[in-house]
Design a protein around this ligand. Structure first.
Ligand SMILES: NC(=O)c1ccc[n+]([C@@H]2O[C@H](COP(=O)([O-])OP(=O)(O)OC[C@H]3O[C@@H](n4cnc5c(N)ncnc54)[C@H](OP(=O)(O)O)[C@@H]3O)[C@@H](O)[C@H]2O)c1
Length: 326
């Protein structure tokens, strides 16, 4: 088969479409013939040599895919050869075939074609596990999403609105904020021109956000805690603004607030299985009903993954960039 390999870390041109051995499905795994994968920001870090695949994972990039089941490994039940699926991966999605634990499979949701489904697993699992399973966003509460027009952001806006929460977003341009508003965001903050702490306080009568989904890490730590409401929950999933921050813990204590931080890729298989099951139970019906949809910026041939990485590096997209297999 062919896959995108990274012979040497570097810029987008480090991605090479090459012939590699076919993967074999092991115990409890299925082999997927890939229709599409999607680019995640973590793939850019892996390409640069800063984010190695976890032990046992495929060396090729790609944290999600969709396609058709081509073979079942020993001990797999509930799935059949030919089923159209999408999957959360630990790597290997930028390839014509990938082996994945059966617990990380989802059916293609009703109403979507198989390629569109590749835009969902990583963002649905990340947002559901952090905003709902960890931070317990409730109807009527306010969620602040940093990077509202990102792959993650576009899913977070839709899921929070679907459960009856109010949504605030930050983004770097009016055009991107307009996209967020079209998805249902209520409070729009241009992070290049406005202070999000002031804007959230103003829009919530001084209360602040009940939950914040953060992708900036250190750079926003203090301001995020300032923007939290009493009993607020800050869920950190990205470190685009650095990993080492300083915080007045007294502010956290005074608000009885909590901070969590997780990386989905590094979580053990049984936790991923539980998250995928929760997504199938809670998110898939919202997709089938049309309340949540994949936001796809563009489709790029998988062999031209370098062009897709350029788009993410320049933040020239809204939602997800798909990589379509030949
Ligand atoms: N921990 C996990 O398990 C997990 C899983 C998936 C993703 N993530 C993280 O989630 C983030 C989004 O991932 P993605 O794949 O959806 O990436 P993406 O589409 O490339 O989005 C990156 C976003 O960062 C925003 N941004 C940059 N500087 C900002 C600032 N100062 N304030 C607010 N937003 C800013 C950009 O907004 P503009 O374009 O408007 O500038 C853009 O929306 C990444 O940090 C990624 O590593 C974590």
């Amino acid at each position: 088969m062919h896959a995108i390999t990274i012979p040497e870390p570097g810029g987008p041109e480090a991605l090479v479409w090459d012939e590699v051995p076919d993967p074999e499905p092991g115990e409890g795994e299925v082999l997927i013939e890939v229709a599409a994968s999607a680019v995640n920001r973590a793939d850019l870090l892996q390409r640069l040599g800063y984010y190695d695949p976890p032990p046992g994972a495929s060396p090729y990039p790609g944290l999600e895919c969709s396609g058709r089941i081509a073979a079942l490994g020993p001990g797999v039940s509930g799935w059949a050869v030919g089923d159209e699926v999408c999957a959360l991966l630990s790597g290997g999605g930028y390839a014509e075939k990938v082996a994945v634990p059966a617990g990380q499979l989802l059916p293609v949701p009703t109403g979507l074609d198989v390629r569109q489904a590749a835009a969902l697993p990583e963002v649905a699992c990340t947002v559901w596990s952090n905003v709902f399973m960890i931070a317990h966003l409730r109807p009527g509460e306010t969620l602040l999403v940093h990077g509202g027009s990102s792959g993650i952001g576009t899913m977070a806006i839709q899921l929070a609105k679907a459960v009856g929460a109010k949504v605030a977003v930050t983004a770097g341009s009016k055009e991107k904020l307009d996209h967020c508003a079209a998805l249902g965001a209520d409070i729009l903050v241009n992070y290049r021109e406005q202070d999000f702490v002031e804007e959230i306080k103003r829009a919530t009568d001084g209360a602040g956000a009940d939950v914040i989904l953060d992708i900036m890490g250190a750079k926003y730590l203090e301001r995020n805690v300032n923007a939290l409401a009493v009993n607020g929950r800050l869920a950190i999933i990205g470190l685009q603004g650095g990993a080492k921050g300083e915080l007045n813990i007294g502010v956290l204590l005074g608000k009885r607030a909590a901070i969590s931080a997780t990386s989905l890729r590094a979580r053990p298989a049984d936790e991923k299985t539980a998250i995928v099951a929760a997504v199938r139970e809670h998110v898939w019906p919202l997709v089938a009903a049309g309340h949540v949809r994949p936001v796809i910026d563009r489709e790029v041939p998988m062999s031209e993954a370098a062009a897709a990485h350029h788009v993410l590096e320049e933040s020239g997209h809204v939602g997800k960039v798909l990589l379509v297999a030949p």
